[in-house]
Design a protein around this ligand. Structure first.
Ligand code: CU
Length: 151
C-alpha cells in the first residue's frame, strides 16, 4: 500500500466514524418523557397532594422545574425526609430512569385550593421541565386513602 492510499483510507474511515457519532448523539442526547399513574387523593381541607411517575426513555436527564394548575396558584414540589415534608426547587428525571412521586415520598403540593375536587373529578396540571416541552396531564381524583401498587 502506498502512502496516498493509506491516507485516503484513513480519511474515509474518519468520515464514516464522524457520521456514526453524529447520528448517534442527535438521536440520543434529548430526554424522552412520559407521564403515567397520575392521581390526586380527594382533599380533606384546602390543600391537596398529587402523585405521578415521569419515565425518561431518552439519553439525557431532565428536571421537573415547576408545576402549574388552575386548582391552585401555589403548587410546589415536596420531598419527604424522616417523615417531614420539605420544599425542593426541582426533581431530577434521570436518563433512562424515572421520577417517582408517591405516597410517603416525593409529591406535588397544592395549597389554598380554589375549589375542593371530589372523587371522579379531574385536576389538570402542567409539568414544566428544564429541557423537554411542557406536559399537560389530568390527575383523576381518587378516594382519600387511595394508594396504588408501584408500576
Ligand atoms: Cu407536601
Amino acid at each position: 500500500m502506498n502512502r496516498r492510499t493509506a491516507l485516503a483510507g484513513a480519511a474515509a474511515l474518519a468520515t464514516g466514524l464522524a457520521l456514526t457519532l453524529t447520528g448517534c448523539s442527535s438521536a440520543n442526547d434529548e430526554p424522552e418523557l412520559k407521564v403515567t399513574g397520575a392521581f390526586m387523593p380527594q382533599p380533606v381541607d384546602d390543600m391537596a397532594a398529587g402523585f405521578l411517575v415521569v419515565k425518561n426513555s431518552g439519553g439525557a436527564s431532565d428536571r421537573l422545574t415547576s408545576v402549574t394548575s388552575p386548582l391552585s396558584d401555589d403548587v410546589s414540589m415536596h420531598e419527604t425526609k424522616n417523615g417531614a415534608m420539605r420544599m425542593v426547587k426541582s426533581f431530577e428525571v434521570p436518563a433512562g430512569g424515572r421520577l417517582d412521586l408517591e405516597r410517603g415520598g416525593n409529591h406535588l403540593m397544592f395549597m389554598k385550593l380554589k375549589e375542593q375536587p371530589k372523587q371522579g373529578d379531574k385536576v389538570s396540571v402542567e409539568l414544566h421541565f428544564e429541557k423537554a416541552d411542557t406536559i399537560k396531564v389530568d390527575l383523576p381524583v381518587k378516594e382519600t386513602t387511595y394508594n396504588p401498587k408501584k408500576q
